[in-house]
Design a protein around this ligand. Structure first.
Ligand SMILES: [Zn+2]
Length: 53
């Protein structure tokens, strides 16, 4: 059912390390770590969020 390739990941703010977002990614399609600009409530602005475990 494709469960092997899909992993739940947590996106953490690179500034304050808050874990603000969770998402699911296909590890086969996206083998590298995700880095996204997202809004962080703690930093009150857009920061770079990185994939964590
Ligand atoms: Zn932050």
């Amino acid at each position: 059912m494709g469960l092997k390739s899909k992993r739940k990941i947590v996106m953490a703010c690179s500034q304050c390390q808050s874990r603000n977002y969770t998402t699911v990614k296909n590890a086969v399609v996206h083998p590298v770590r995700l880095e996204l600009k997202k809004f962080c409530p703690k930093c009150s602005g857009q920061t770079l969020h990185k994939e964590t475990k």
